[in-house]
Design a protein. Sequence first.
Length: 127
Amino acid sequence: MGNRAVVCFDEYNDDAIGIYLHWNGGRDSIEGFLNATRQVMGERLGDESYARARLIQVMGNFLGGNLSLGLGKCEDLDCNNFDNGVYIVSSKTLQIIGREFNVGEEQSEFDEEDFAKECLKKMPKKE
């Protein structure tokens, strides 16, 4: 059991690289992760390769440990997971632009701004 989701960038297909989350896959968490990453990116929002990397960093720092976060081709991830399915995110804007395999109601347990603040607390301090 979990609150699973996969996040992929710009389009969904079997060869797309996806980020697997076992926990915090509800839309409210994903929006919070994206919000925090947009803040981390600041003026560099639009730098696609760095934005993708920072989203993974924000998620990893928030989750900690060595479980609950994976990376791979969508064909190898649990995309049709009966939880939250796949979020398709724009690499340029870090906004959700599509969904696949979402079968349930959207989760709205967390406030996006509060969740983003909690994510940012776990980011390393800038030097």
